[in-house]
Design a protein. Structure first.
Length: 93
């Protein structure tokens, strides 16, 4: 039996989708560590639990290596782009 565990656009909150869009737009950084924190426009995100969920779901990743605690650019993965595309289609359609 094939189980698709990737989230669809309806399973993410609006906040999570907006956080994903900030990453896509190049406005976000991740602090490196076992539980990375997300920064948007240089400010720590108010919902780190959701930020970590986006990471655990494979929707965002750090763009390269660094030292523990260092801020590095965050990027949206292919799976994250798929979720955003589905979200934009649902809103437009």
């Amino acid at each position: 039996m094939d189980h698709d565990t990737r989230p669809d656009s309806g399973s993410l909150t609006r906040r999570a989708v907006n956080m994903l869009k900030a990453v896509r737009d190049g406005r976000a950084q991740l602090s490196l560590g076992c539980e990375p924190d997300l920064y948007v426009d240089g400010i720590p995100c108010c919902d780190q639990a959701t930020a970590r969920t986006l990471g655990r779901l494979g929707l965002i990743v750090a763009n390269g290596p660094g030292r523990l605690g260092e801020l590095v650019p965050a990027v949206v993965t292919d799976a994250g782009r798929d979720v955003l595309a589905a979200t934009e289609f649902r809103v437009a359609g």
